[in-house]
Design a binder for this molecule. Structure first.
Ligand code: NAP
Length: 330
């Protein structure tokens, strides 16, 4: 079968499409023919390598995949054959830590994958596989961050940085489901109208408005109840300045840098809560699939790109010139 193989960290040239042997289905496993794989910023970090976080190479990257069950082991129900499924990227590692495929073990950027049936969520034929493949990592992380960790409430004012990407789009849709007032921030003029269409009440361009906290405060008076900041870098202190007293800052990542300068005066004076959130639960993904079927969550797909043009998807994400998710068809 064909698979994307990352043999060494580096530029997009390090993503090689190679022929490798088909996976073997053991008696307690299934084989899923992957049809759609969504790309996350995590894939960029895996490709480039991360400080103090070794990736065992070579690896098949890609965490988010959906496809069809084409083979079942002797101990697995034959009822699964022919079913469309979404793969939960979380895996239990030998160390006891929860890991993720495409980072801690081989992922889904390949034609076929062998896995335990406990790792799939069955989809009925009405579910679009390309949309489903957008859900686990970006939408799952946003679902947990806003609902479980952030305990977002109807009527709250929510600032979302990085709103144009996967987690950002998901956060807008989830905040909207919770009837919040949404201020979305982007660096892209082209994306401003798309953010309004998606549900933002106000859109701020943080490239044109480096002091965006002044705009946030002029809109809200006292600042926002919640800021969602998975961007880090130089957006961190500016987010602190946007907060209402007792506000919550939710974070699940640091796209622009994980060791930003901070100003802790804002944290104590306003008694802010900084709440970390990591990963998702199986229930989160099941809830998201149910919302997808109802049409209340609808991942925006920027482009569907053929498997052998994987490097193009990485280049688009790094350019920041996109809206929503990049999906690979396999
Ligand atoms: N902990 C978890 O479980 C978990 C799960 C999923 C994602 N994450 C993290 O969440 C973050 C977002 O992931 P994603 O997949 O949604 O990323 P993405 O699709 O690439 O979107 C990131 C967005 O952030 C904005 N951004 C601001 N500064 C940036 C910079 N210096 N470089 C690139 N983009 C920048 C961009 O929009 P503008 O240009 O419009 O600002 C971009 O659309 C990543 O750091 C990722 O690792 C964590």
């Amino acid at each position: 079968m064909k698979a994307v193989i990352l043999e060494e960290h580096g530029s997009t040239d390090s993503l090689l499409v190679k022929d490798i042997p088909d996976p073997i289905c053991s008696k307690d496993q299934i084989i899923v023919k992957i049809k759609a794989c969504s790309i996350n910023h995590l894939d960029i970090f895996v490709r480039k390598g991360m400080p103090n976080h070794p990736i065992h190479l070579p690896i098949i990257p890609g965490g988010d995949g959906a496809g069809e069950v084409i083979e079942v082991g002797n101990d697995v129900s034959k009822d699964l054959l022919g079913k469309n499924v979404l793969i939960d990227p979380n895996i239990q590692l030998e160390s006891g830590r929860i890991g993720i495929i495409g980072e801690d073990a081989n992922g889904v950027l390949c034609e076929k994958i062998a896995l335990s049936p406990s790792r799939i969520i069955e989809l009925d034929d009405t579910v679009d596989l390309f949309k489903a493949a957008c859900l686990p990592i970006a939408y799952g992380a946003a679902w947990r961050m806003l609902n479980t960790r952030g305990k977002i409430q109807a009527g709250e004012q929510v600032l979302i940085l990085g709103a144009s990407g996967g987690v950002g789009n998901a956060a807008i849709q989830i905040a909207k489901l919770n009837n919040c007032f949404i201020i979305a921030a982007t660096s892209s003029k082209d994306n401003e109208s798309k953010l309004y269409e998606l549900g933002a009440d106000i859109v701020i361009n943080y490239t044109e408005e480096p002091d965006f906290h002044k705009i946030v405060r002029s809109i809200t008076g006292d600042g926002v109840d919640i800021a969602i900041n998975f961007t880090g870098g130089d957006s961190w202190v500016r987010s602190l300045k946007c907060m209402k007293p007792n506000g919550r800052i939710l974070t699940c990542g640091a796209t622009a840098g994980f060791n930003p300068k901070t100003d802790i005066r804002y944290i104590w004076r306003k008694e802010l809560k900084i709440i970390g959130s990591n990963s998702w639960t199986r229930e989160d993904i099941v809830s998201l699939v149910a919302e997808l079927k109802k049409g209340t969550i609808n991942p925006i797909i920027h482009e569907i790109i053929p498997f052998n043009e994987i490097s193009k998807a990485h280049k688009i994400i790094e350019s920041r010139n996109f809206f929503g998710k990049l999906v690979i068809s396999i």
